[in-house]
Design a protein around this ligand. Structure first.
Ligand code: ZN
Length: 801
């Protein structure tokens, strides 16, 4: 162990002791410390604490890094206010007390556990309505079927109503005939202040049909005659025919994939579902019970079988056998483990927790393992007690406990790898409920506008679009049914001392810290390799988690993927690589000045699309490389895609702060806002994701090489000169200063500093600059071939007198 490591190790001990008030053997059960020599005072086991999101005032960057190092569960939101940093964190009351000792002020409680519970209730009510509606075929009624002609165009307008209208999964499709050609289009759902009004469409037509038929995906149909609408002379908005709004409640993984399956059935020519090869652990746990209420006497019993595979059927009883001088004895059948405690000559039980544990681990090892409470020596005498083991999972039985096959929705007319690929993936972090809705909404818009919106057709015909609605389905189920604030997956890597049931909400691996570039294992900041209960636990090794490997598999298997969006919440951020720095705050390599310019240029397109929905502005202060605007996130997936696979990779944080006019301040929306707010976020960020898909399309169509100019160019100068390059578009410039041919191995123009523009070249002696530029689509200036022998690169000579 190096000196530096040793110091860090010591520091961690102090920190963890401060968090829990327990001795260090609790956290380092593997250390050989002569524990037997230490008398441990017996204490009541504290009740489980509830968590809230609070706003912390952090005096400086160093204190913020300290927070990360402590394993405090930060949300993605941070904001600077008069030089003081505000970050949001998910914490318990005892963690709050510990933070105060580090000079960190708790400013506001933003969201309490009660509010999260209300959100779960809201979702369950919506799910019930959905289920009851889906059970029966609906009735469709056509309210209106009209045509009208304005100055330039004739339009078809339809209003129809379904008895299942409030469910967003209900889709109505109209069909009619124009000049003998059958046409069809999906109707828009119109909901006003939560009340379903009707479905409608308005489309330009080339000939007036005599009738229309409206069909629901639930089976209902209706036919209506098309009549002229008098006085309909308003010009049609050209985008009015574009349908959207296909989500009406927060969706758990099962629902997301059910929807995806239906889409694949409805649009077999445009969609397929990809089963990814690495199954998750599954929404499942071993069953547990903790017998005894004090630290020295408690025995934690854990089943060998998963809860749903027999663990939940087990019970354990410690009893006084009723005889004197009895030995400690364990008998077990398949359901019940009976521990007859040892007695003394007066018939009083004398078995200690440690003795009972040793006996259980020897005589009931087929069924259970047993441990003391958090590394305690277990010297206390246990009392007679009975307990039933449980996995503590609350999801209804129809939520599968089996390992989960994570799926991607692949959309495109040509899904053979010949078209450029785009990837959108959501919910690496389980509690970010809005994020899957962004992908589902995007999928539906692409499919349901395909037949009648030229812009959508172009995208679907020319791109290969991959959408992963939930990367972390096990954690998501846990967040929906058991613990709202679950961030990580469900795999527990903690040892026995940190595996008692009261720790169950802090197990798991952060899937956005488990990747192999700039990882905590490489020494980067912002994840923990040692604290299994940290909010940013990186796992036992890079890519240890199937969920992370699935993403790697996607990128490996579909090398046509060129653009990716990693969708998180909340805070309203728009970010790209580098995403991590080392302890000296040295980041992973910055993109070239040209790549950075491209990131900014296309961000502008996507952010404008987001703004179109309801005016949300993603602030410039929340746009840029991750460490410049948020924090270091060692081993995140977007860095993997950018550095290892050369994919332009962004991170969205949906859920921008809302302006409170009364209080004149921005307010955080949280991970699980009311659905009314979550819905708006899904709509606006679906705009943004489709914005990225448009960027990919434009990039694929871009065959125009960039052109550049050195300023100043050829000439005689009396002293040192700063040379800069003007470019026609975002482009990377490779150059030499020694007269040689420039290649991809040559130096390139870098950024002059964090959030600054391109550097200038300082020329202080007579120099020839040879260079070429390459744009984001790979077009090279003047079609120069850096690998060949041609001399068609740019060249200027600056003579310094
Ligand atoms: Zn996240």
């Amino acid at each position: 162990m190096t000196k530096q490591k040793k110091q860090k190790w010591k520091r961690n001990l102090v920190v963890m002791t401060a968090i829990t008030g327990l001795g260090f053997s609790t956290f380092y059960p593997g250390l050989s410390i002569p524990v037997a020599a230490v008398e441990q005072p017996d204490q009541p086991i504290p009740k489980e604490e509830s968590v809230s999101i609070v706003q912390l005032e952090v005096p400086n960057q160093k204190a913020k890094d300290k927070l990360l190092e402590l394993g405090i569960d930060l949300t993605h939101r941070a904001q600077e206010h008069n030089g003081i940093l505000e970050v949001d964190a998910v914490v318990t009351p005892s963690e709050i007390a510990m933070l105060k000792t580090f000079g960190i002020k708790v400013k506001d409680t933003l969201i309490t556990e009660n509010q999260w519970n209300a959100r779960t209730t809201e979702r369950q009510a919506a799910t019930k309505i959905e289920a009851s509606l889906a059970a029966s075929e609906d009735t469709v009624k056509i309210l209106r079927a009209n045509y009208y002609t304005n100055q330039s165009e004739t339009f078809l307008y339809i209003e129809a109503k379904t008895s299942a209208g409030t469910a967003a999964s209900t889709a109505l499709t109209a069909t009619w005939t124009e000049n003998g050609v059958e046409k069809s289009a999906t109707l828009n759902r119109f909901v006003d202040y939560g009340e379903y009004m009707y479905h409608w469409l308005e489309l330009p037509i080339s000939a007036i049909p005599s009738s229309v038929k409206v069909t629901s995906n639930l089976g209902g149909t209706a036919t209506g005659t098309v009549t002229q609408w008098l006085g309909a002379d308003k010009p049609g908005n050209p985008k009015k025919h574009y349908v959207k709004d296909f989500v009406d409640h927060y969706m758990a993984p099962g629902e997301l994939y059910e929807r995806a399956k239906e889409l694949a059935k409805e649009f077999p020519d445009l969609v397929e579902i990809i089963d990814m090869p690495n199954k998750t652990n599954g929404y499942r746990r071993l069953a547990q019970a903790q017998l005894g209420n004090t630290t020295n006497t408690a025995v934690v019993v854990t089943s060998k079988a998963w809860g749903h595979e027999g663990g939940n059927d087990l019970s354990v009883e410690f009893r006084n056998p009723g005889t004197i001088n009895a030995p400690l004895k364990v008998t077990a059948d398949r359901k019940k483990i009976l521990v007859d405690l040892a007695t003394d000559s007066s018939g009083k039980t004398v078995s200690t927790a440690q003795q009972v544990i040793t006996a259980l681990n020897s005589d009931a090892k087929q069924l259970v393992s047993a441990a003391t409470y958090r590394g305690n020596t277990g010297a206390g005498i246990v009392s007679p007690v009975t307990a039933k083991l449980t996995d503590g999972l609350n999801a209804p039985a129809n939520v599968s406990r089996d390992p989960f096959t994570v799926k991607a929705i692949r959309i495109g007319k040509h899904r053979d790898g010949s078209k450029p690929g785009v990837l959108g993936y959501a919910q690496e972090h389980a509690r970010e409920w809005v994020t899957p809705l962004v992908t589902i909404e995007t999928a539906e818009r692409l499919l349901r506008n395909y037949a009648h919106d030229g812009e959508t057709k172009k995208l679907v015909d020319n791109l290969d679009i991959f959408l992963v609605p939930t990367v972390n389905p096990d954690g998501a189920n846990y967040s929906f049914y058991d613990y709202n604030m679950q961030r990580k997956n469900m795999t527990n890597y903690c040892g026995p001392a940190e595996s008692d049931p009261a720790y169950r909400t802090s197990w798991g691996v952060d899937l956005n810290r488990n990747h192999s570039v700039g990882s905590a294992f490489d020494g980067y900041v912002g994840a923990s390799t040692t604290q299994c209960r940290s909010g940013t636990y990186a796992g036992p090794a890079e890519n240890s988690e199937p969920e992370a490997r699935n993403l790697v598999w996607l990128a490996d298997n579909f090398s046509n993927i060129k653009f990716a969006m990693n969708i998180h919440s909340y805070g309203g951020y728009f970010m790209w690589s580098p995403g991590a720095y080392d302890p000296n705050r040295k980041t992973l390599p910055r993109p070239t000045a040209g790549e950075e310019a491209f990131y900014w240029a296309v961000s502008d397109i996507m952010l404008n699309d987001i703004q179109d929905h309801r005016g949300t502005v993603i602030l410039p202060s929340r746009t840029g490389p991750v460490p410049d605007v948020l924090y270091s996130a060692a081993g995140n997936s977007a860095d993997y895609l950018w550095y290892a696979k050369g994919i332009y990779a962004w991170d969205f944080e949906v859920g921008a702060d809302l302006w409170n006019k009364e209080k004149q301040r921005w307010e955080a929306v949280g991970f699980q806002p009311t659905f009314a707010e979550g819905h708006e976020e899904a709509m606006e960020f679906a705009n943004g994701l489709i914005g990225m898909i448009k960027v990919a399309y434009n990039n694929a169509k871009d065959h125009q090489p960039p052109s550049t100019k050195a300023v100043p160019g050829n000439g005689k100068f009396s002293g040192p000169v700063d040379v800069q390059f003007e470019t026609s578009e975002a482009a990377t410039i490779y150059y030499t200063l020694d007269g040689s041919r420039p290649t991809f191995e040559s130096a390139h123009i870098k950024l002059s500093g964090t959030r600054e523009g391109a550097e200038t070249l300082k020329v202080d002696k007579t120099t020839t600059i040879n260079w070429f530029a390459v744009d984001a689509a790979g077009n090279i200036e003047k079609n120069y071939n850096p690998l060949g022998n041609g001399k068609n690169y740019n060249s200027v000579t600056l003579t310094i007198k």
